[in-house]
Write a protein that binds this ligand. Structure first.
Ligand code: ADP
Ligand code: MG
Length: 394
């Protein structure tokens, strides 16, 4: 169970004990935590310079740390049950993609901006499921950044730290991710989702009404987005932009395209490319509309937007799959559900539902049993309220 801060006290104890075992009890270490996230709406809009609406969830990376007098980075992972060491003065991209590389990558990113970090002993633990699309990687980066900022006596600047986390993942780990995950994990405010403009990086905290809960529904399907399908979608968006720029030089990304402009040009576009753009253009308006709906407590309207987003991803962008369609259908069949959609890149992973908070338990039971009747995969449901971004525990 998590307390109101969203951190499981037993998890914190376990991580602290592991630290004592690995590195000794004195002087007393500190603890940085950072949450995973789920994207409520705005899918495949990030690389089109558009809007997303992620929310930090009550599952986090817990990083116990203590500065050292030398330049060693010694890390111990509870999940992988191993301890390893790196020399901070010898870090260079591409580093690697094992768990310690996420920590080292952030240290490297700090160094690229002249931020001097001391050597460190760290224990990494957490309860964000790995590789499920809830961004355990960004949580690990932001917990690391929080720890390094403290160890280097830097003022905590969540926006700068989110950028450094992305730089670490892109360049040091070699994963080409957008900026949303690090923003959600660093900048989020408790009780609020985070509307993010992926072009300007402006954010707006959006209160989630008390009577609503978000349920993450992991289908158990792990057909990770075939790199080729993702690249195809991006290439389609770029071709449409290239064509429309000929008609309107102000078009830099699909973010700048109106449905009118798109429909005017439809005869000159490849039919599949047109279909992809017909998802992105309206989808890009949905995060702002959903933020406005949540702000004034219009949960039915927010739910309808989620349903629309799912249909569009399924029929126009063609990135859903049988398991995601099934679990969102079952969710919507519950009277307590306002709306549901796939979340993340697609072809497996998680869906997300907006649900009456008081009925979350029965909702989860009903969805899980109906899903498991049809699909033989290890599904899991996580009820969530919005949590605060990366911070130090007292
Ligand atoms: P996602 O971000 O969707 O969870 P990724 O593949 O991007 O999946 O990141 C998962 C990686 O992050 C893991 O392979 C591991 O290297 C690192 N990681 C995440 N959580 C932990 C953890 N609790 N302990 C150690 N490493 C972790
Ligand atoms: Mg990740």
């Amino acid at each position: 169970m998590t307390d109101s801060s969203g951190i499981d006290p037993e998890l914190v104890e376990r991580a602290r004990d592991r630290f004592t075992q690995a590195f000794g009890a004195e002087p007393s270490p500190k603890i940085a935590v950072a949450p995973g996230r789920v994207n409520l709406i705005g899918e495949h809009t990030d690389y089109n310079d558009g809007f997303v609406l992620p929310m930090a969830i009550g599952r986090s990376i817990v990083l116990v740390f203590r500065p050292r007098g030398d330049r060693a980075l010694r890390g111990c992972s509870v999940a992988y049950d191993e301890t390893k060491e790196l020399d901070l003065d010898a870090l260079a991209p591409p580093g690697g993609s094992d768990w310690l590389s996420y920590v080292a990558g952030v240290a490297w990113a700090f160094a690229t901006e002249g931020l001097v970090v001391p050597g460190l002993d760290v224990v990494v633990d957490g309860d964000v499921p790995l590789g499920a699309g809830l961004s355990s990687s960004a949580a690990l980066e932001m917990a690391t950044a929080r720890a390094l900022a403290d160890a280097a006596a830097l003022e905590w600047d969540p926006v700068r730290m989110a950028r450094l986390g992305q730089k670490a993942e892109n360049q040091y780990v070699g994963m080409n991710c957008g900026i949303m995950d690090q923003f959600a994990s660093a900048v989020s405010r408790a009780g609020h989702a985070l509307l993010l403009d992926c072009r300007s990086l402006d954010t707006r905290p959006v209160p989630l009404p008390e009577e609503a809960a978000v349920v993450v529904m992991d289908t158990g399907a792990r057909r990770s987005l075939a790199g080729s399908a993702y690249n195809d979608r991006r290439a389609a968006c770029e071709r449409v932009v290239a064509h429309l720029r000929g008609l309107d030089p102000g078009v830099r990304a699909l973010r700048d395209v109106t449905l009118e402009l798109l429909e005017d040009a439809k005869d000159d576009l490849d039919p599949t490319d047109l279909m992809r753009a017909r998802h992105v253009v309206p989808e890009n308006a949905r995060p702002v509309h959903m933020a406005d709906a949540l702000q004034v407590g219009r949960l039915e309207q927010a739910g309808r937007l989620m349903n629309d987003s799912h249909s569009s991803l399924r029929d126009l962008y063609e990135v859903s799959c049988e398991e995601l369609d099934l679990i969102t259908d079952i969710a919507r069949g519950q009277a307590s559900c306002f709306g549901a959609r796939m979340t993340g890149a697609g072809f497996g992973g998680c869906a997300v539902a907006l649900v009456k908070a008081a009925e979350t338990g029965p909702f989860c039971d009903a969805v899980l049993s109906a899903y498991e009747e049809k699909i033989d995969l290890p599904a899991a449901l996580y009820p969530c309220r919005p949590m605060a971004g990366a911070r130090l525990l007292d």
